[in-house]
Every structure is written in C-alpha cells, then in structure tokens.
Design a protein around this ligand. Structure first.
Ligand code: COA
Length: 375
C-alpha cells in the first residue's frame, strides 16, 4: 500500500469536502455549530433553538422559536399505517432498527414533493422519532397502543412524557435537552458522511437519513453509549472496575466511550454532560455507577492517556433520567437528524457525486481458466 493510502486508513486526517455547518477539534478541543461554541449553546440555548439554527442557518427570535415549538408540537402524531408497521416489528428488535424502519415507512407515506420540502421532512422526523420509539416500546412491552401526542412542546419533554406516561421533571427534561444539543451535529462523522454520500447520488432525503441511522448504530460510533452503560453496570464498585478494566486492556479490548478520531486531548461535550451526570447520580443517591465511571475514566487516562467522549457520561445521565439502555442510541438519532439534515441540504446546494478511488491490492491481471482447469 502506498504511504498516502496507509496514512489515510479510515480516511483519518483527510479533508473530504467543505462545510459551513460545524467545526470539530479546531485548536485541539473546540466544537462550534454555525460559529457558536458548544459551551454557549449547551448553557444558553435549547435543543429546538439548536435544531432551528442547524436547519435554517440562524438562531430564531423569541417569536420564531415559539412558532417553531408549536410547529414541532403539531408534528408529533403518527399516521395509522406507520403505527401498524411499528406493531409488526418483533419484540427484541434493536431499537435503532425500529427507527430505521419507521423512517423508511414515513418516507413512503410523506415523500418529498412540491408541497413537502426537505425542511418539512426534517422537522417532521425530529418531532415524531420520539413518538415512534415510545409507541413501539409500549406496544411490545404490554400491548398498549399509546397516544403519540403529548402536551410537551419540547422534543426532550415529549419523549420523556410518552416513555414514562406522565409529565417529566424539569431536571430530567433539561438534562435530556442538553444532551440533545451536544449530540446534534459533529461535522464529517461516519453517519453524516454516509448521509452525504447517499444524497450526493441525487437520492431522496429519507434514504440519506435511513443510511445515517445504519451507520450510527455501530458501537464504534453512536452505539458506544449503550456499550458504555453495559460496561459500567458490570462492576459492583470501583475496585472491581479497576481489576476488570485492566483485564480488558490486557486483552487489547476497546473500552467503549473512550477516544476519538479527531479530538486529541479531550471531548468538550464530555466535560459538559459529566457535570449533569454527576448531579443526577447524587440526586439518586447513587454510590456505585458514577464512582465506577470515574474510576474507569482515571484508569483510561493513566493507562492509555485516553479521555471519555460524549457517549461515556451520557450513558450515566440517561440512566438516571430513567431511560432504558436500548434507547440511548435512538435518542442520538432524534438529535443528530438536525445535523444530518443540515449536511443533506448543504450537499444538495453544491452537489458533486462522492466517489473516491481505491489502491488495488489484488492479483495481477491473469487469463480466465476454463472450468476443467480450476482447482
Ligand atoms: N479503548 C482502548 N484503546 C483504545 C480506545 C479505546 N476506547 N480507543 C483507541 N484506543 C487505542 C487503540 O487500541 C490504538 O492503540 P494501538 O495504536 O496500540 O493499536 C490507538 O488507541 C488508536 O486507536 P484507533 O482505533 O486506531 O483510533 P481511531 O482514530 O480509529 O479510533 C475510535 C477512534 C473512536 C473509533 C476509537 O477511539 C474507539 O474505538 N473508541 C471506542 C468506541 C467509541 O467510544 N466510539 C464513540 C466515538 S465518539
């Protein structure tokens, strides 16, 4: 393999296009959405403001935000045939597959058209992905066909309301809201790149989002938050975690929720969500999960000089919001639909088919043998 091909394994370090949506890892740690720092957005904005910013390019005014919240609220409900499709998905199905199927089905019911723009489709999915997830979850758990609307006008509040069947606490709502802000966008990550590759063939909006969900599902990408929770829950106390993680590292296992392709020293999103994970753990008088997580963080820093990424402490935060672990990565989908869509719109504005070349490493050209001469 040539030096260039070796160096760009997994396209690491390769600039594969331009974007005005987001910067990741500038000056080592930074993350900005359309020029606003993630620290400012997480502290001062709500997820709906961030979705509006990503999809429409500017922050909403007070009146625009109120109108946008009303709009999303009006898009929560699911068509009857989509509910029937969700009911047909077997119990035990990976919940990312539920959203992938739901997205695909909605694309057949509400395809892009002159009257249903890509922006309409993006708002619709952001508003109703939580309804799909909760509807399937309750139907499979106990056969209940829940209402897929709620009085909640925020995406976080709506999801928690449908999941738990009652109005969520302000604390849980705000932590989930912050996590949706942190997950909303991240430049040319694997799922966004997959979505851009799909839309660049002049395919439709829903195909690109469905492809993004498929890419996000894997544990090296979005699936890491579920894998991190499963890891943390294995240990009864920090000392057990010390022994277990050292054993895993000796076996050269990857510890999910650590490391990053672009960030080198720390993931700025992790610092933000960790504060909230800690506060929720204290509120729940947790003496196990958070201390175990902090010990794992210390071991990873000491042994591998690796830092937690957003997925690690998000897992703890979601857990203490009462969210079942298999829903962690689907929540990422609800949020990242804003970022994926912004990239789809951007790709369409200045489209060029994405089709790189490969360095061939197979056999040299050779004669085609007749059947009786093959061994
Ligand atoms: N646990 C243990 N070792 C890790 C590690 C982890 N989470 N992440 C990286 N490393 C080690 C690798 O084993 C490798 O060591 P080596 O050079 O001795 O072989 C080195 O660090 C480089 O790792 P590599 O996987 O080649 O880097 P990458 O840029 O391709 O990987 C990730 C980035 C995110 C895929 C990787 O850090 C990872 O798999 N993390 C766990 C999954 C995860 O949390 N994903 C969510 C990302 S937001």
């Amino acid at each position: 393999m040539s030096e260039t091909a070796q160096k760009s394994g997994g396209l690491a370090g390769i600039t594969a296009g331009t974007t005005a949506v987001c910067t990741v890892g500038k000056e080592g740690v930074g993350l900005t959405y359309r020029g606003y720092s993630i620290e400012d957005l997480a502290e001062k904005a709500t997820f709906e403001e961030v979705a509006y910013l990503l999809l429409r390019g500017t922050l909403p005014t007070q009146a625009e935000l109120a109108a946008y919240r009303d709009r999303l609220h009006g898009l929560q409900d699911l068509p009857a045939s989509l509910k029937q499709t969700l009911e047909a998905i077997p119990a035990g199905t990976h919940q990312m597959d539920v959203l992938r199927t739901g997205c695909s089905m909605l694309g057949t019911l509400e395809p892009e058209s002159d009257t249903h723009s890509q922006l309409d489709a993006a708002d619709r999915l952001i508003a109703c992905f939580g309804s799909m997830l909760a509807y399937w979850y309750h139907y499979q758990a106990d056969g209940r066909r829940i209402e897929t609307t709620s009085p909640e006008k925020t995406v976080a509040g709506h999801f928690l309301h449908l999941l738990h069947g009652h109005p969520p606490s302000d604390a849980a709502k705000r932590v989930l809201d912050i996590s949706l802000i942190l997950y909303a966008e991240h430049e040319f990550n694997a799922s966004t790149f997959a979505a851009r590759v799909i839309i660049a063939t002049l395919s439709d909006y829903y195909s690109a989002i469905t492809g993004g969900i498929g890419a996000l599902r894997g544990p090296l990408h979005g699936g890491a938050n579920e894998a991190a929770m499963e890891l943390i829950e294995q240990f009864s106390d920090p000392d057990a975690a010390e022994a277990g993680i050292m054993d895993l590292l000796q076996k050269k296992a990857k510890i999910m929720g650590f490391g990053h392709r672009v960030y080198r020293d720390r993931d700025p999103r992790s610092d933000i969500i960790k504060v909230h994970a800690k506060r929720l753990a204290e509120q729940h008088q947790d003496k196990v999960l958070y201390p175990v997580a902090e010990r794992i963080e210390a071991i990873m820093r000491r042994e591998k000089n690796l830092f937690p990424n957003l997925d690690f402490y998000s897992a703890i935060a979601y857990h203490f919001c009462g969210i079942p672990t298999p829903m962690f990565t689907p929540l990422f989908v609800i949020s990242r639909t804003a970022g994926w869509s912004a990239h789809i719109f951007e790709q369409r504005e200045n489209n060029k088919l994405i089709r790189p070349t490969a360095e061939y490493t197979g056999p040299a050209e050779r004669p085609f043998p007749p059947m009786d001469q093959r061994s």
